[in-house]
Ligand binder design. Sequence first.
Ligand SMILES: [Zn+2]
Length: 182
Amino acid sequence: MRKFLTYETLIKRKPLYFGQTAMKEFILVDHLEDLDAESKYLAHKAKDAANHAYAPYSKFHVGAAVLLEDGTIVTGTNQENAAYPSGMCAERVALFAAIAAHPEAKISKIAIVAKRKGGKDLVPATSCGPCRQVMLEFETRQHKPIEIVMQEQNHQWVKAASAESLLPFAFTSVSLDHGDKK
Ligand SMILES: [Zn+2]
């Protein structure tokens, strides 16, 4: 039987992180200032980081700031390369740097911002698919969702409650373990 599944229905499905609720909510606000203090602070850290992006090809300077449970902040920027696929997004630079330096840490939140080269104002930038997939891997390994703060294409600021919320029907370690079971 053909069944239609809306996103509203989908997000009510059982989350990957057992015992936790409300991981699939989105908060949307018109201005960064309308977000909570922690999210704003983290976005400003990401903005500072974006100034040091290496983006000579796209001129699209991205900064990411990762907040660890103990309050530590680790930032990353996009690192482009003349051999384009060799480059790396700011989110993954920040996430990998954070866990490399703090292997026992759990990640609470990540903020992503972008600006054009020489521009002062932030421009919309939402995480690419591979970065969402990497965030999801962190969530499954730490059994804790990661909040994601970013500006979407209509210039609203989004606070997503988890990477899982950004990846319906995701493939995870759970899929590897249970993919053949009903
Ligand atoms: Zn990415």
